[in-house]
Design a protein around this ligand. Sequence first.
Ligand code: PEP
Ligand code: MN
Length: 347
Amino acid sequence: MNTHKILIAGPCAAESREQLFATAKELIDLQIDYHSFEFSFFRAGIWKARTNPNDFQGVGSEAFSWLQEIKKQFGFKICVEVANAEHARQCLENDIDAVWIGARTTVNPFLVQAIAETVQHSALTVLVKNPINPDLNLWIGAIQRFQNAGIKKVLAVHRGFSIENENVYRNSPCWEISMALRLKMPEIKILCDISHIAGNVVLQQMVAQTAINYGFNGLMIEVHHAPDKALSDSKQQLLPSQFSDLLQTLIFPSSNSSAADALFFQRNLIKSIDIQISKLLSKRMELVDEIAVIKRKHALPLLQPDQWKRVVEVYEDNALKDNNYTHFLEEFLFLLHKNSLRRQENI
Ligand code: PEP
Ligand code: MN
């Protein structure tokens, strides 16, 4: 089942020898057959690109010796992030198998070029994460710099995009961008970093299943032996047991093409859309309740026709242009408004 899939798992950051060993040992104890994957890596960031200068910045080169021990003792191939040519040079010297280019580095062609020149013609696997902003050409350009440098194994990692008004995911998936990459560079395998898209534990199963449904070649997942004590990204790192549960719940398409298989992708996409609609509707109702409290406090009327008109316009602007949908939308908006008012009356 996994022979054509790629798996990258491990903590956001290397924090200490003990933390790396505890996580790697638990990953081994899960009895996952890592050899059944096309390839698998143990990940750990050693230099962390953090927004806030007061946050944990990674332990730096000290982690190389710990990672070498992990490699020897558990047989994992090792993958770390590089953000400049000096990082890349140290990875080559320290027996690292794969490096990933982080989203904040992919945006900078000078840095990407310097890293590509440092690792040129080496046997390193290079994973290029999408740039922070949804710019397909910037992503493609970074991938090409490694191809031009003679790197044989260049892969892409979809980790979501930083966009305005995203309130479900930490980084908006914008799946269409990875699908466009697939069309433009069919030879490049694409992994999905579900941890940085979801930003929490709850959404990861859905993100992973959606990625599989879209035909991604594998997953990158942050796993920590004690996420609540993690020095970075503690909300999104899975316990090893959660990681194992997640892998077991994923549904992979089977190779014999019955009618059910033909519908597999569409059905699963609809399921993931339904989960999102359901979560968003619940969130919307909560906001309606908050607004009711504000209206009451300021003695404002419950019904504000101009505001409702603006809501209707948002739905109309994004609507399918056919009669059936127009009819459905009228009924749906009627129900939505009626229920929002009823909730507000009750507050
Ligand atoms: C990471 O993988 O820990 C990381 C920092 O990723 P990104 O560059 O996607 O933010
Ligand atoms: Mn992280």
